[in-house]
Design a protein around this ligand. Structure first.
Ligand code: NAD
Length: 264
């Protein structure tokens, strides 16, 4: 049967023509790579980020390639801002078929995420607000129109950090990404009867400016040697998996946690 086509099987299952994708953290490294990938597959793009400039930069790049895209500034720590952003996206595009919950805390609050003895309730709460509560609120907000339109795809970006236990860092980040994995299955279970799929991507180490600043070249080399393929991921590797999960080729894939690590 190898290589044999089933009657009527579509060979263009990764095309996203006519669909609208909302990417949170779309101004960041993985978000930007995913935006470009989905746009080239035919989707129109809503780029949501707390930082206006990078989001507008991604939109300018997309428009430069002739794609339809718009930037939306939002602080995902606040429910009212999330709801207003979804409303603005609906007003601009009229539909949301793909939701990529990609944003997560980085920078200063993330650097404050150290050991238990150094943890504060503020750092913990902010981490969970952005990394778990926002994806839940966003899924809730887009669900009614997905149900009305007959389906949709939600892709949550978790992290391979849940496979390891660090003694020095990630005390709030790692549990938040673990909670996001469980939320993924709940969204999948409740969305399933409405043809709404939800999966999570678990990136390993991805070569971004943020990771380079945090670890430096030498430590990144040590890390890449631990992977079976002896290399860390690029943002484009994560974008490719998000694209697959968002597309019709993944129509039978839901509730899954998919590692993209280079082999651990
Ligand atoms: N880079 C890696 O090695 C790696 C590994 C595993 C998982 N991840 C996950 O991949 C995703 C993307 O990471 P990245 O490396 O592209 O990081 P990044 O910092 O480049 O992008 C994250 C984006 O989220 C935005 N953001 C942060 N807080 C926000 C808020 N409150 N409201 C709205 N936007 C907010 C930031 O402005 C940024 O543009 C994250 O969920 C991250 O946890 C990354």
């Amino acid at each position: 049967m190898s290589g044999q086509r089933l009657d009527g099987q579509r060979q263009d299952g990764q095309r996203l023509d006519g669909r609208v994708a909302l990417i949170t953290g779309g101004g960041g490294a993985i978000g930007a790579a995913t935006a470009i990938r989905l746009a080239r597959a035919g989707a129109r793009l809503a780029i949501a980020d707390i930082r206006r400039e990078p989001a507008e930069q991604v939109v300018a790049t997309l428009r430069g390639e002739g794609f339809d895209a718009e930037a939306f500034v939002v602080n995902l720590a606040h429910e009212a801002e999330i709801l207003a952003m979804v409303e603005a996206v609906m007003a601009r595009f009229g539909q949301i078929d793909i939701l990529h919950n990609n944003a997560a805390l980085g920078g200063k609050p993330f650097a404050a995420d150290k050991t238990l003895l150094e943890m504060t309730a503020e750092v913990w709460d902010l981490t969970f607000a952005v990394n778990v509560r926002a994806p839940m609120l966003l899924a809730k907000a887009v669900l009614p129109q997905m149900i009305a339109r007959g389906g949709g795809a939600i892709v949550n970006t978790s992290s391979g950090v849940t496979d390891i236990t660090s003694t020095e860092a990630f005390t709030a980040y790692a549990p938040s990404k673990g909670a996001l994995q469980i939320l993924t299955r709940y969204i999948a279970a409740q969305g399933g009867p409405h043809n709404i799929r939800c999966n999570a991507v678990l990136p390993g180490v991805v070569l971004t400016e943020g990771m380079q600043a945090m670890f430096g070249d030498d430590q990144l080399k040590v890390m890449s040697d631990r992977f079976m393929l002896k290399r860390v991921c690029l943002p484009e590797d994560i974008a490719a998996m998000v694209h697959f999960l968002a597309s019709d080729d993944a129509r039978q894939v839901t509730g899954e946690l998919i590692r993209v690590t280079g082999g651990r």
